[in-house]
Design a protein around this ligand. Structure first.
Ligand code: PSU
Ligand code: MN
Length: 304
């Protein structure tokens, strides 16, 4: 593993660090805006006094924190592979360049002792899962990794109810940030209720400390909704989603291509509106993650 200079220094000094995934850069957002968003997310984390660690595999080497040329390559190169946990070993062994999903990023971050992680929306159970068996490896990875992931719920293209049921079976905790309504990614909320809610980052830090003390080895999801004025128009969302799912079916899109296909469909059909929403939610999640990382370090210092 290769650490960026700033991440190596922060870890040595036991300062707050936030892991960031790279699939959202390479496969989740259109070019060239993806590079601008990735850079903005990193500066948001720094502005809150934490260090960003964007994770990816570059020419077969796992990188914890990317220097600027590598970040640019991840964003603009056509040959970057979407890398989930099962793809880590083949990507490394063949010297390929891979962008890590939520699953692979939480795995590699935990290996580097970074346990706070920001993303847009998690993967989960797809709407046709009864026939396709398409369930994101994010769920299994989160059941086995004691990480804290700050996100706007799960991607709204998924079967949200089924995903919440699976998270329960997999021992993954969900807390709402200042809400009891599970967020809907592009949309502020879904009709699903969350049992637990927190008011601020200090309460999240306390939950993390209690989780670690109780030796619970699965993830904590902090679900951070967009304010209503920043969400995508719900009617537009419903229409574009229905078209996208039908189109994916007609074109026989399956496996790891489904999520990038649907996100791209949204960006095109909303003429960039979903991109603006996506950008807002990622930046807001990174901001909250940085505040949680700072609070968590302070809580840990008090306990020593
Ligand atoms: N959230 C976004 N954009 C994305 C993703 C999540 O806002 O591109 C990516 C994440 O990397 C997540 C992956 O882990 O999609 C899930 O893909 P799949 O459904 O194929 O497991
Ligand atoms: Mn899938």
């Amino acid at each position: 593993m290769q650490y960026s200079r700033e991440v190596a220094q922060a870890l040595e000094d036991q300062r707050p660090v936030v892991a960031l995934e790279s699939t959202i850069i390479s496969h989740g957002l259109p070019r060239p805006e993806n590079l601008r968003v990735a850079t903005q997310v990193e500066s948001t984390v720094r502005a809150r006094g934490a260090t960003p660690a964007t994770i990816a595999i570059v020419d077969g080497v796992v990188h914890i924190g990317l220097e600027a040329p590598d970040l640019t390559r991840l964003a603009l190169d056509d040959n970057v592979v979407k890398t989930s946990v099962r793809d880590i070993a083949p990507t490394v062994a063949s010297g390929a360049t891979g962008a890590t999903t939520v699953a692979a990023t939480s795995h590699l971050a935990a290996l580097a002792k970074i346990t706070i992680f920001a993303t847009g929306g998690l993967g989960g159970v797809h709407r046709q899962a009864r026939e396709s068996w398409d369930e994101s490896a994010d769920l299994v990875a989160l059941s086995k990794t004691a990480t804290t992931v700050i996100c706007s719920g799960v991607k709204s293209v998924l079967d949200v109810a089924a995903t919440l049921e699976r998270l329960e079976s997999l021992n993954v905790a969900v807390v709402g940030y200042q809400t009891h309504a599970f967020p809907g990614f592009y949309l502020t909320s879904t009709e699903h209720r969350i049992d637990w809610s927190v008011n601020d980052e200090h309460q999240v830090a306390q939950i993390i400390a209690a989780r670690d003390a109780a030796d619970v080895s699965s993830a904590l999801i902090v679900a951070n909704p967009l304010p209503p004025e920043l969400q995508l128009d719900p009617d537009v969302h419903a229409q574009v989603l229905a078209e996208g799912i039908a189109l994916a079916r007609t074109r026989n899109i399956h496996g790891k291509a489904v999520t990038p296909f649907l996100l791209d469909h949204f960006h095109r059909q909303t003429h960039g509106a979903s991109l603006v929403v996506n950008e807002h939610l990622i930046v807001r999640n990174a901001d909250l993650a940085a505040r949680i990382a700072v609070a968590s370090v302070a809580t840990a210092r008090k306990q020593v």
